[in-house]
Design a protein around this ligand. Structure first.
Ligand code: 13P
Length: 339
């Protein structure tokens, strides 16, 4: 393990004004996204789409790193440059999703545990050679009647900590992602409660497994009401609750909190991040983004799988990236959406 390398990489991923693009959809997930715009998910289509994102003009100021999928980290752009080299040349750090998905937790019907620990040390070694310098592992936590259970939270926290320890051993920065899912009609209090319980277990397990907090990033949900809740909180309420929760339960040694968008609209995900940075400029960690859908939705729509629309797809992505970059400084306003 190279401690200095881990710390330097973690800091570069949350450099001022920058955040992460999550482009690590599994083939099953990207197929769903592509089919919505009428595109068949072939290897070539997935490559063309991701090449459009990775080579979009002007994103280097806003995007510090990209999370790739196993297929993508091995792919090349049309001119033969590997995606890894393309990103590195633009000053963007390549990352890799290493979990193998959330599976049913046998002891807890309706709950999930994320798999992928078997053989992970060797996979990290290969990914490091391929150029990955950070990784992602996502735990899925559902709010439902009587859930999340302690059993589910502990099983996921243990897996996250074992993954993080292995990543650091191989000089790869782990992104630790306990995601409390937005689905449901629950109020914001239940999201806060589930998030707090998840964080307590995660940081306890990280300590047990001797993970160096200075060399990781936390990727959590924001504190939100369920998507079907009648009462949707104001932007300021989400910002206050989210920052309060993380101030209470995330040690100051962690360099950055990089939020997922989780199904929020792209504009709301930007507005929430902006409000946190505008109102709380002196928190101990960087507050940044590691968005998938909230960065990609406008690009997918503008591209539509048409070669003649690659330029507008890339421009739509770059625009969204710039708006989130502004939100990193608390300088975003909805008026900028149309500029
Ligand atoms: P969303 O921003 O679409 O939630 O994706 C981020 C991510 O990487 C989820 O694991």
């Amino acid at each position: 393990m190279s401690t200095q390398e881990l710390i330097a990489t973690a800091h570069s991923l949350v450099a001022p004004g920058k955040g992460i693009l999550a482009a690590d959809e599994s083939n099953a997930t990207i197929e769903k996204r592509l089919s919505k715009i009428g595109v068949t998910s072939t290897e070539a289509a997935r490559r063309d789409y991701r090449e459009m994102l990775f080579s979009a003009p002007g994103i280097s100021e806003a995007i510090s790193g990209v999370i790739l999928y196993d297929e993508t980290i091995r792919q090349k752009a049309a001119d033969g440059t590997s995606f890894v080299d393309l990103l590195k040349k633009r000053g963007i750090v390549p990352g890799i999703k290493v979990d193998t998905g959330a599976k049913d937790l046998a002891s807890c019907p309706g709950e999930k545990v994320t798999e992928g620990l078997d053989g992970l040390r060797d996979r990290f070694k290969e990914y490091y050679k391929l150029g990955a310098r950070f990784a992602k592992w996502r735990a899925v936590i559902n709010i439902n009647d009587g859930t999340p259970s302690e059993t589910c939270l502990i099983a996921n926290a243990e897996a996250l900590a074992r993954y993080a320890a292995l990543a650091q051993e191989q000089s790869i920065v782990p992104i630790v992602e306990p995601e409390v899912i937005m689905d449901g009609a629950h109020g914001i209090e239940r999201c806060e409660d589930a998030t707090v319980r998840a964080l307590v277990h995660v940081f306890s397990k990280l300590r047990e497994h001797k993970v160096m907090l200075e060399g990781l990033l936390l990727k959590p949900n924001m504190i939100l009401a369920g998507t079907e809740a009648a009462n949707q909180p104001e932007i300021a309420t989400v910002a206050d609750r989210t920052v309060r929760t993380f101030l209470r339960y995330v040690p100051a040694a962690v360099p950055g909190i990089v939020f997922l968008s989780g199904g929020q609209s792209d504009e709301l995900a930007t507005a929430h991040l902006n409000e946190m940075n505008a109102k709380y400029p002196n928190v101990p960690w960087q507050l940044s983004f590691s968005y998938g859908r909230a960065l990609q939705a406008p690009a997918l729509k503008a591209w539509g799988g048409k070669p003649e629309c690659v330029k507008s797809g890339a421009a739509a992505f770059a625009h969204r990236a710039r708006l989130n970059s502004a939100a990193r400084y608390g300088k975003y306003s909805p008026a900028m959406e149309s500029q």
